[in-house]
Design a protein around this ligand. Structure first.
Ligand code: CO
Length: 150
């Protein structure tokens, strides 16, 4: 495993639309392993592949000690609205209040290409949505209703 460099806001890589994964091969597993090592070192809640310069629809979330590896995730259903604070490993110096759905149903593939259906609520749902936004080149800073000094 190897830790990878996290690109920061201002880098055009963060603004690209990422491409779907087609092969669930060792190269993907290496990417996922490296992303976990990078996330753990940075002490974040989630990381998207575009944040380490790989323009694939891959992101990871680590929540309550459980690691979720999402490949080609899609939002299937959402309900409600809530506003809460967010930060990002690619955004240095500030956090922001962002409105997001309160409950979500998502579908994604795990590293072996098996389809997973998942329901999340509250801040847990927020972390997934934040990471999934990265896959479309969107940062929380684009959506924030209020900027908060870090
Ligand atoms: Co982020």
């Amino acid at each position: 495993m190897a830790r990878r460099n996290i690109v920061k806001m201002g880098d055009p890589l963060l603004r690209k639309i990422c491409k779907p994964v087609e092969k669930f091969d060792e190269k993907l597993w290496q990417l996922l392993d490296d992303m976990k090592e990078t996330l753990d070192f940075a002490e974040g809640l989630g990381l998207a592949a575009s944040q380490v310069g790989i323009l694939k629809r891959v992101c990871i979330v680590e929540y309550d000690g459980v690691l979720y590896e999402l490949v080609n995730p899609v939002l299937v259903k959402s309900k409600g609205k809530c506003v809460d604070n967010e930060g990002c490993l690619s955004v240095v110096g500030f956090r922001g209040m962002v409105e997001r759905p309160e409950k979500i149903d998502i579908e994604y593939y795990n590293r072996y290409g098996e389809k997973i259906k998942f329901h999340a609520e509250g801040y847990f749902a927020r972390v997934f949505l934040h990471e999934m936004d990265h896959l479309d080149g969107i940062l929380f800073a684009d959506k924030m209703v209020k900027k908060i000094p870090d």
